[in-house]
Design a protein around this ligand. Structure first.
Ligand code: ZN
Length: 153
């Protein structure tokens, strides 16, 4: 079990040190910014949406290892997905990091793939918002909200 834990930490550290898709998208892309005042994380999500499909998604920001790794892995997971698939992933991810209260999704981890490394976050409630900040900000970009405060669940 502790080996698995180390592996998860390795993946998160790797993404926080070398974030993927860490760039601004071309003018015209959707963008939203989010802030997690509890930790000080700030993230901006850029989104190129065409016909309901996520063509490109990237981020910029400044935050702790968890929020940076979460944003990095989220952009990798979302590229090429439809908005419907993205919403489903967000739901599963949210459930994973908040322990979900025993909801009956059949094995969310199978669908989440690499994102399952964030499972350990549920043991650290103050970190849950770090992990979900990029996802909430992604939703804001989809909905075209740009400066709303980040919702905090
Ligand atoms: Zn944080």
């Amino acid at each position: 079990m502790s080996d698995l834990r180390d592996l998860y930490q390795e993946v998160i550290l790797d993404h926080s040190r070398k974030p993927r898709n860490f760039r601004v998208l071309q003018p015209g892309a959707r963008c939203a910014s989010g802030h997690n005042p509890l930790c000080g994380d700030r993230v901006s999500i850029f989104l190129d949406l065409q016909g309901g499909v996520i063509r490109e998604v990237s981020f910029q920001g400044n935050g702790c290892a968890i929020s940076t790794a979460s944003a990095s892995m989220m952009t990798e997971a979302l590229k090429g997905k439809t908005l419907e698939e993205a919403d489903r992933l967000f739901g599963l991810f949210h459930e994973l990091v908040t322990a979900g209260g025993g909801k009956a999704s059949p094995d969310p981890k199978a669908t989440l793939g690499k994102l399952a490394v964030f499972e350990g976050v549920r043991e650290f409630p103050v970190r849950v918002k770090c992990a979900t900040l990029p996802w909430h900000t992604f939703r804001a970009a989809v909905e075209g909200r740009t400066s709303d405060p980040v919702r905090t669940e």
